[in-house]
Ligand binder design. Structure first.
Ligand SMILES: [Zn+2]
Length: 273
């Protein structure tokens, strides 16, 4: 529930209490401006943000078509891309980012396609990632991606351009993130308070960086507020199976550092690369 209460059997489902409590006030202030931007542009009850398609960014054909599950995802996983914090907020930069990620995922990682379902540039452009993602979202279905190890079958990943270990995302990007997550929570009937998580909540990684991770409590609040303004029904997520809940592993002291690498993306038994 957006008021933080849970009436659907997820009572045992608690977060990293220390981090969450400590950042709520600061994060709320930072995201406040993003919410104002969102309100100005989000009068439509449809609440579907403009998403650039794979055709827009000239995506390569996947080696294999994505697997689509009828069951909707139960979590929206926030990532950063571990790339430079560019000051180029242009559309052309955004399109180039999507091509770069896809090339890395296919050529370096050997995957069938780009791994995440959605990408948001620092300039606030939202882009389709893995093939069939927009079609599946529109139908309330789930495209299985490659972004959070051992949990790809029930999570949707959003990669946010930048490195947010010690820097915060720009306002444009945060506003787009709020709009995007509100759209997804409405489509999938997810409770933002429960559904929005960081990559580090599932896997041992620093992703999405300390600064972006610290903003997740206020992201949940802003998504709830935006949905309320747009007249979206306040969903109560269906009970989440124990094995699909975040385990909140320790964040590693050291981690491989490379552009486009942001923690474990595929488990050994996951074959939908
Ligand atoms: Zn990640």
């Amino acid at each position: 529930m957006c008021d933080g209460e849970d009436r659907r059997g997820n009572a045992a489902y608690s977060r990293r209490g220390v981090v969450r409590g400590a950042v709520l006030v600061a994060g709320g202030t930072l995201l406040g401006s993003a919410a104002i931007l969102g309100a100005a542009s989000g009068a439509s009850a449809a609440a579907t943000p403009g998403v650039l398609t794979r055709e827009d960014w000239d995506a390569r054909s996947p080696r294999k078509k994505a697997q689509v599950l009828t069951e909707p995802p139960d979590h929206i996983v926030i990532h950063h891309t571990a790339t430079a914090n560019t000051s180029d907020f242009s559309r052309s930069r955004a399109l180039s980012l999507s091509r770069g990620i896809q090339n890395w995922h296919m050529d370096n990682n050997g995957w069938n396609d780009t791994g995440q379902q959605l990408t948001i540039s620092r300039g606030g452009y939202v882009m389709e990632g893995r093939n069939t993602s927009l079609e599946a979202i529109a139908e309330g279905k789930h495209v299985v991606g490659a972004h959070v190890a051992n949990h790809n079958s029930h999570t949707l990943g959003i990669e946010n351009e930048g490195s947010y270990g010690s820097a915060s995302p720009p306002e444009e990007q945060l506003a787009a993130l709020v709009a995007t997550v509100a759209w997804l929570c409405a489509v999938y009937e997810l409770d933002p308070e429960q559904a929005i998580v960081g990559h580090r909540d599932f896997n041992a990684t620093a992703c999405p960086g300390d600064e972006l991770y610290a903003l997740l409590p206020s992201l949940r609040t802003e998504v709830c507020a935006r949905m309320a303004r747009e007249g979206q029904r306040r969903a109560q997520s269906a009970p989440v199976a124990e094995e699909n809940r975040p385990a909140f592993p320790d964040v590693p002291d050291t981690e491989r550092s490379a552009p486009y690498f942001h923690g474990p993306a595929l488990g050994e038994e996951e074959d939908h690369r």
